[in-house]
Design a binder for this molecule. Sequence first.
Ligand code: GLN
Length: 534
Amino acid sequence: MSKFIIITGGVVSSLGKGISGASIGKLLQLNGLRVNMIKCDPYINVDPGTMSPYQHGEVFVTADGAEADLDLGHYERFLDVTMTRANTNTAGSIYQTVIDKERRGEYLGATVQVIPHITNEIKKRFTAFENDTDVSIIEIGGTVGDIESLPFLEAARQLRLEKGPQNVICVHVTLIPYIAVAQELKTKPTQHSVNKLREVGIEPSMLICRTEKPLNQHLKEKLSLFCSVPAKAVIECADAKSIYHVPEMFYKQEVDKQIISMLGLKPTQEVDPKWFDFFNKALKPSKTVKIAIAGKYAEFQEAYKSVHEALKHAGMNNDAKVEVVYINTEKDTVEDKLKDVDGILIPGGFGGRGIEGKIATVKYAREKKVPFLGICLGMQCTVIEAARNLCGLHDANSTEFDPTTKDPVVDLTPQQKNVVYKGGTMRLGNYTADLKEGSLARRLYGKDQIVERHRHRYEFNPAYVKLLSEAGLKVSGWHEGVLPEIVEREDHPFFIAGQFHPEFGSRPLRPHPLFDGLIKASLKQKESKKAHHK
Ligand code: GLN
């Protein structure tokens, strides 16, 4: 029988429920258990694909093309389980399913209500993986007490009733604020949030306490008494140096052992601390490398979450700490900011704001021979830059930014021309690309066909491929021979860009070849600069 762990959040949002859940999942996995994770977001948007990155941070794309919450990225990176549509749910998508059913007459005349119709659909989503996992970890977004999350909590309560309390537990992630003037950690907000949970019929079995200061035994006992969890199940979760240290932090407090016993799970192996050792070693890299990320959300790192993680993974693989230099291409003079970086990355993006700064960034990377990786919009910028500065097409642009340009070097894909609805209609998810023999792409990936995740409407207009190739920007990856997927330059130490999002495929112990290539080339660049100065 499959078991369920419901992760709820108390006091405030942004406590890292995703990381806590994924760390529990990792530990259970290290015990030889099969784990999957499900995210439930209580907002009405059908998916976060239509939300501004300021609202929501990065939109994570699943292999089968769902636009999802960035926590799914943590799930993939921690568990190395490929996320799909079934891993991501929103109130909007649940209501949409129920309303569609109602319109088809499938409720046979019944009044359609939150209980049982919405809660039944939520439970269906909760149990999506029950046949092929030992444990499903279900994260309920938002904070306990929000009106929006009530149906999800109610569904969790029902699930526990149906499956039995030995098969469903709740882990509550909460904040223990430190009041500096009183020099005291405060438990009251947590007591209140646990009371809120109890009001809807849920008793937490474990508290994960986010805290700036260590929790002493007295405080743990107080929380235990008021919140009715054993003192041992009051877990201290201090800010970690790296998110990849959280599993070890939990391991030391026997989080996995306790959960295994609460749920009557049967581990099939002993935890091998190799996973922890790797990240402890990675904390002390011998080198550093400076990578510029040029985008319009420069000051808002959440928008480029997976890019960051992918850089970190590649850094760890090369014994290097990656220092990120943000370039706000809307405001900064890019040439000044780029002066002492070792490598440049332009991430994906939408809309024309900051686009000229991105094109100037490509020009800088190309001319000064700074290692360069372009992602999605980053690739489109390389095309515009080459067309304008190397082919004399001064008006060249993407029709996304200038619909009347004389030279639409980046244009809507044919499938996008008649799309009206904005949500879920981009070219999304996995597509293949065939890599040209002898290309940098082929060398980096070490194979002739790749599968990568996409999220875009526009593409390098095939009508300009020949002209740009003559100017040195060569297509080295094609989707089914018709869509350009990768461009690169041979007259440059490392200049490559893809129409897809490699960052989603990077894993802590298995960095993505394009990111690994960028870091290696940037380290080399740094070395040669140093030698030059001597
Ligand atoms: N805005 C561009 C497009 O829709 C690029 C998208 C992206 O970078 N993800 O094609």
